[in-house]
Design a protein around this ligand. Structure first.
Ligand SMILES: N[C@@H](CCC(=O)N[C@@H](CS)C(=O)NCC(=O)O)C(=O)O
Length: 224
């Protein structure tokens, strides 16, 4: 069996999720760095693997996978020693799934805000409102609860924490996350849930900072 290949971009929150879940499971990934997603994922052999042309993309011995949450649930189901993070029991699994679908929407609303800010230098009010509404809902979901879906940590918590990691990098939009007490306390619980989380988070955070610096320089050069 060839190693599982992850087409990876360190500053990508969805790639961060896949890296974290693989590490928790003890699954080794052969990471192939993608530097220019638009260009490299548009190559015919990559488009065949993932018509969405996004990262993360996984190649598990000819099984090509896109969508970070689907990839993570596949890794748990196929390689996990147990079903703790993503239960087989339908009445538990659906609780995880419903939060994962919500998280997909939350991440999308972050992406829209990020893209408006980055490409147009302007975020329409309704886009920002949608993101804030998503955060208010997340905060409500966590009312009186330690974890998002089950009475212990699950894939839903790791996926949504990866989305929240993305939000840390648009601070100039003045999103005051301290307003969301349930989210802040839950995030600390997720971050303390396994010893190497901080290490993984640092790789992600450092790469985002480096990317933002590079993009700032490119923008300045274009203005000259
Ligand atoms: N829902 C997807 C989102 C993947 C995604 O949008 N990845 C970004 C990088 S963070 C990407 O590949 N963007 C390139 C593009 O959309 O063209 C997932 O969770 O895997």
């Amino acid at each position: 069996m060839a190693p599982i290949i992850l087409y990876n971009f360190d500053p990508s929150p969805p790639c961060f999720l896949v890296r974290v879940i693989a590490d928790i499971l003890g699954v080794e990934l052969k990471k192939i760095p993608i530097k220019d997603i638009t260009k490299e994922m548009a190559a015919p052999e990559m488009t065949k693997k993932n018509p969405q042309r996004t990262v993360p993309t996984v190649d598990d011995n000819g099984l090509y996978l896109a969508e970070s949450r689907a990839i993570a649930s596949y890794l748990i189901s196929k390689y996990g020693k147990n079903d703790f993070l993503y239960p087989k029991d339908a009445s538990k699994r659906v609780l995880v799934d419903q939060r994962l679908y919500f998280d997909t929407e939350l991440y999308k609303s972050f992406e829209v805000v990020w893209a408006g800010d980055f490409f147009a230098g302007f975020v329409p009010k309704h886009d920002m409102d949608r993101l804030i509404l998503g955060l208010e809902i997340l905060n409500r979901m966590l009312e009186g609860k330690e974890w998002l879906a089950l009475d212990h940590i699950s894939l839903a918590d790791y996926a949504t924490a990866a989305t929240m990691a993305a939000l840390e990098y648009i601070p100039h939009l003045k999103l005051d996350l301290s307003k969301y007490g349930n989210i802040s306390r839950w995030l600390r619980r997720v971050e303390n849930s396994f010893p190497r989380y901080a290490e993984f988070k640092k790789i992600y955070s450092d790469s985002v900072v480096a990317l933002m610096e590079e993009q700032k320089k490119q923008k300045q050069a274009q203005r000259k």
